[in-house]
Unconditional design. Structure first.
Lengths: 195, 247
């Protein structure tokens, strides 16, 4: 019985995947060039993200605040970090879309930089997926509200799915700026500010 | 009508021959050797089946012999696709066992499903060949689903050759599994439609591959396995440092 259910699930997944491919072809952004990058990016406050993931800052808050105050603040910090991770994931999606287009270039230098950007953006997307799942789980079970269990530690999200958040996002910024330089784009400064 | 049936039944052979010519012309055998081998094998198998189609005794051996070849090359092609598409994730330790574990899962599931099938085969070898064929189909659908998830979640490039291979295999395998499931339920009354669906889906898969491989070829350079900075970038950094005023 279980085998037949699994079998049918896989067939259904195959059919749904085809529908998804059709949806993606129909609704995807058409041909993203370097001109279609900066306006679509959402600035990420890296310093805020660093401070949210700082274990020393979190320990200090835990020490100086009452238990209830810390739980409330931790829930707010979780929401703030969730917003930041979403922006990181969005930016990585825009950049990977652009890198995919640049990866079709004939110039080997552009090609190399595009592949580096693809790799960096995929890592950020992987991190974002894992971190969002963890944050959503904490929010679902209201881990921050229960007094019997310790409040979740946000600094644990420095690394998720084997990817370091700040390192991978830093690499994304560097590789994106390198590819922008290779393409001699005039909005280089804007790109750095938008990431 | 007989001519139309013949064209539909054997259309895969000239299409595969065109695909083989495209792969040769674009030197795809260097980047995707297993897919090239699979296409070459398909052409040879197709010719073999066409030649022996009226020799019932020989055709049985040719058919199941080539099916075994399809199953083995199907696994190899999927491994190639996995390596190509997921090379960006190689640094992450838990990505490495994903493929072997998927193979084990699909083969076990296919063996169990074939064991539950009402149909009985003439010999145990044929039963194993059909089981392996089902396993390969199952793996192809799983890989296709995995790739669609990765494209959706990570934004991987869907216009790359490896994704095209997987999309073709995924379509063919999904329809094939669906038809086989119906065949198990309905029995030999469904044989005609089972054949139509399987052949039609495989022809569509070849058309997908032709579309992917007829596009402009992009040569993918080897990825850097060392530090992320190239020597050129390092030189640029050194230049900036040299120009910086002393503290």
């Amino acid at each position: 019985m279980m085998v037949i259910i699994l079998w049918n699930v896989i067939i259904a997944a195959g059919l749904v995947s085809w529908a998804l491919v059709a949806y993606r072809i129909w609704f995807s952004f058409p041909d993203r060039t370097a001109d279609d990058v900066v306006d679509f990016l959402l600035p990420v406050d890296v310093e805020t993200a660093e401070s949210l993931l700082d274990p020393a800052a979190e320990s200090s808050l835990r020490f100086h605040l009452t238990r209830d105050e810390f739980r409330l603040l931790q829930r707010k910090r979780m929401h703030l970090y969730l917003a930041l991770v979403r922006k990181m994931a969005h930016n990585a999606a825009v950049l990977i879309d652009w890198a995919n287009r640049e990866a079709e270039a004939a110039d080997p230098r552009t090609l190399h930089k595009a592949h580096e950007l693809q790799s960096a953006a995929a890592e950020v997307r992987l991190y974002a997926l894992a971190a969002l799942m963890k944050l959503r789980f904490w929010q679902l079970v209201r881990l921050g509200s229960w007094s019997v269990l310790p409040a979740p530690r946000l600094c644990e999200l420095r690394e998720a799915a084997g990817v370091n958040a700040m390192e991978s996002y830093g690499r994304l910024k560097t590789t994106a700026s390198f590819l922008f330089q290779v393409r001699s784009h005039r909005r280089f400064e804007e790109l750095l500010q938008s990431l | 009508m007989a001519i139309l049936t013949f064209i539909f039944w054997w259309a895969a052979l000239p299409l595969e021959a065109i695909l083989l010519w495209l792969l040769l012309r674009k030197r795809i055998f260097k980047t995707l050797p297993w897919f090239f081998t699979f296409t070459l094998f398909s052409v040879i198998a197709g010719i073999g089946r066409l030649v022996f189609r009226y020799h019932v005794g020989y055709y049985y051996y040719v058919y199941y012999g080539t099916e075994a070849g399809y199953a083995l090359s199907g696994f190899a092609v999927m491994y190639e696709v996995f390596r190509h598409v997921l090379r960006d994730f190689r640094r992450i330790w838990w990505f490495r066992p994903v493929f072997p574990l998927t193979i084990v899962f699909t083969v076990v599931l296919a063996a169990l499903r074939t064991g539950h099938a009402p149909l009985r085969f003439r010999t145990w070898i044929v039963e194993w060949i059909v089981g392996a064929e089902m396993g390969a189909r199952f793996l192809q659908v799983s890989m296709f689903v995995l790739l669609v998830v990765l494209v959706t979640v990570f934004g991987l490039r869907w216009r790359q050759h490896a994704f095209g291979i997987c999309a073709g295999c995924g379509l063919s395998a999904t329809v094939d599994l669906l038809a086989t499931t119906k065949f198990y339920e309905i029995g030999t009354k469904f044989t005609f439609w089972w054949g139509i669906l399987s052949v039609g889906a495989y022809n569509c898969a070849i058309l997908i591959w032709l579309w992917y491989f007829s596009g402009p070829a992009t040569t993918e350079p080897p990825r850097a396995v060392g530090p992320p900075l190239s020597a050129e970038d390092l030189e640029r950094y050194k230049g900036v440092l040299r120009r910086a005023p002393p503290p």
